[in-house]
Design a protein around this ligand. Structure first.
Ligand code: HEM
Length: 463
């Protein structure tokens, strides 16, 4: 099979390079070979792994007929966490049907119902910030996004079950994503329960405790469904046969939303805080826009602010949280850009490189929110949430939450980056997070700044 050109680097070095320094490696390949290049991870004669970033080709890939490929199953490593019936484990008709059930609570006007909770949670968590103290933005954003999932998705707020769940879930998620522990998800032979002190044994026991709490909550809700959170809405939903979802199916979807909707938003917000404070002109402009709303603005009004929207979009353009979209494994020969990809080839839509094409985004390495005000980008040019049938179901909710958290924090505090050196993007799985979590210092309360500005204006006018 004739395939696009790609790095001459020996195949045994290609994947370690990509894993160790993904952005540098991808940029180098794009510079040398353009929008499309082939890697040979599995040996010189094995099927190629081809990366794409041209919008037209991405459009073709995202609209391919289903029978031509199967999903690359990158997310399958999460199965011990999310369960086999999770949306991310399903394919074809079952996948579409589950998306149909999950989309309404995460879409359209429904997300406005979560606005008050998001703002309240943000206020509760930032209440403890003190002037002159250093804070890790990512840790704080993780606390906010976790609390949002617990309240908005699971409907947990207070009480013993909520406290127990929180106690269990934090170390559970931290353990899952720690580099050492996460190895066991990639290799099934490591998944052996050798008692409560073995790594897998610990994981399985903790998961059981979490499941017990989730099932107890579901059982309670069968009697008193409030209809206010996503679990309640899912319990009212019916599958294609008209039946309610079983407790196991509900549990799998809740764990999926928790896993995919927690750190992603926290990382996106950390990048937004970083860029806003890296470039004082952006903060100034954002401040003016937020002030123009007045102090009693509601969540919907905040979410419609054009510059705030542009800042959030640009933050996940420059470092999209996911480097790639779900890869496709070719099942029937697929023709793209004049090449025929035979069964076994892997096609990878590359979000990071699509966002760094200078033909689409001028000076792509610069943070310029204005580009989202001056122009509308197609969903194949700008795709932080992926594309096609598996596009992120949390897209609307993520942008809404990002805007509310950013606006709430900036209306309360003045912050400054603690370190003058640029924060670097570091890989975590297939996501990019800010190195060191983005350390910032609370320099003053917003009210003090406003009073100082007001008195300075008065002084000037009285002269
Ligand atoms: C800024 C935050 C987020 C980013 C950048 C993001 C990005 C993505 C990307 C790139 C994908 C893969 C799409 C593809 O393969 O083409 C995805 C899938 C997914 N995301 Fe998100 N996500 C975010 C937040 C969330 C939130 C808040 C939730 C849920 C509450 C969520 C739930 C999911 C689910 C369930 C999928 C799998 C969809 C499927 O397989 O059909 N994500 N996300």
């Amino acid at each position: 099979m004739k395939i696009p050109d790609g790095p001459r680097l020996p195949f045994l070095l290609q994947s370690p390079y990509l894993i160790a320094r993904p952005l540098e490696f991808l940029e180098k390949c794009a510079r040398n070979y353009g929008d499309t290049f082939a890697l040979r991870f599995f040996g010189p004669k094995s099927p190629p792994v081809v990366f794409f970033s041209h919008p037209q080709t991405l459009q073709q890939i995202f609209t391919l007929e289903e029978e031509k490929f199967e999903w690359g199953k990158l997310t399958y490593v999460f199965q011990p966490l999310t369960g086999a019936q999770s949306l991310i484990m399903l394919e074809g008709k079952q996948h579409q049907a589950m998306r149909h059930v999950l989309m309404p609570p995460l879409h359209g006007k429904q997300i406005y119902a979560y606005g008050e909770a998001i703002v309240d949670i943000t206020k509760e968590i930032i209440d403890g910030w003190k002037v002159d103290r250093s804070i890790c933005i990512r840790d704080n954003m993780c606390d906010i996004s976790l609390e949002v999932i617990l309240r908005v998705v699971f409907g947990f707020k207070e009480g013993t079950r909520y406290e127990d769940f929180k106690q269990l879930i934090k170390p559970f998620l931290a353990g899952v994503s720690s580099p050492l522990n996460s190895v066991q998800f990639f290799f099934s032979f490591l998944q052996q329960d050798w008692g409560a002190f073995s790594p897998w044994g610990r994981f399985v026991r903790c998961r059981q405790q979490i499941d017990d709490l989730v099932y107890a909550e579901i059982a309670d809700r069968r009697d008193r469904n409030t209809g206010e959170d996503i679990l309640s809405l899912l319990m009212m939903a019916r599958d294609s046969q008209g039946s309610p979802l079983s407790k196991e199916v509900l549990r799998d979807q809740l764990m999926t939303l928790l896993l995919l909707g927690h750190e992603t938003i926290a990382s996106a917000l950390s990048w937004a805080f970083y860029w806003v404070h890296k470039q004082p002109s952006v903060l100034e402009k954002l401040d003016r826009e937020l002030e123009s709303l007045g102090s009693d603005a509601d969540a919907i009004a905040i979410s419609k602010l054009p510059y705030l929207n542009a800042v959030c979009n640009e933050a996940i353009r420059i470092y999209p949280i996911a480097i790639i979209s779900e890869p496709l494994l070719v099942k029937e020969t697929i023709e793209l850009e004049g090449y025929n990809y035979e069964p076994g080839a892997i096609l990878v839509p590359c979000i990071y490189l699509a966002h760094h094409r200078s033909q689409t985004f001028s000076e792509p390495e610069k943070f310029k929110p204005e580009r989202f005000i001056d122009r509308k980008f197609s969903s194949y040019e700008y795709l932080p949430f992926g594309g096609g049938d598996r596009i992120c179901i949390g897209k609307a909710m993520s942008l809404f939450e990002m805007k509310l958290v950013l606006a709430t924090v900036l209306s309360r505090y003045r912050l400054a980056l603690s370190d003058k050196h640029p924060v670097k993007p570091v890989r975590r799985g297939v996501t990019i997070i800010p190195s060191g979590g983005c350390q910032m210092t609370v320099t003053s309360l917003r009210e003090e700044v406003k009073t100082q500005k007001r008195s300075a204006r008065l002084e000037v006018s009285s002269k």
